[in-house]
Write a protein that binds this ligand. Sequence first.
Ligand code: ZN
Length: 149
Amino acid sequence: MGIEYGMGLGIAGAIWIGIVFVALIGMASSLFLGFCIYYDALYRRVENAVMWAVLSGLFNILALVYLIVYVTKSPQPLRCIQCGDFLLPNSRFCQRCGRPINSPSLEQLEVYSKKRKLFFWIWISSLALVVVLSTLFVALIIGSMRFYF
Ligand SMILES: [Zn+2]
């Protein structure tokens, strides 16, 4: 009886550690999704990139809202914030009023694109890990229950 109780505690302990571990990976995956949205927003020159990243990190469903709003929308041509004239891609000054443009360079956009892809794959991997580990722990719980009943 005493040995069985000790073994039961060991399995229960392992399950609790497992649940906490899976929950931590789940929380981290939200963070990765936030980063993915952040770099995507920078790449698309979306205003409020930080706001979208934080909202997507807190409520993952809002990442879907972001995608519907911005990814389906065709990219807006860049315009000068001073005179409203259309800007040539990758230009450093407005050709009409001469205002310097602090839009990201092509190299910078390349970096944003790479980072959003990187965080997308880290996010997908962490989700896959959560699914695999959850299945494993459910199997373990069912297995340990059969041991007692
Ligand atoms: Zn201008």
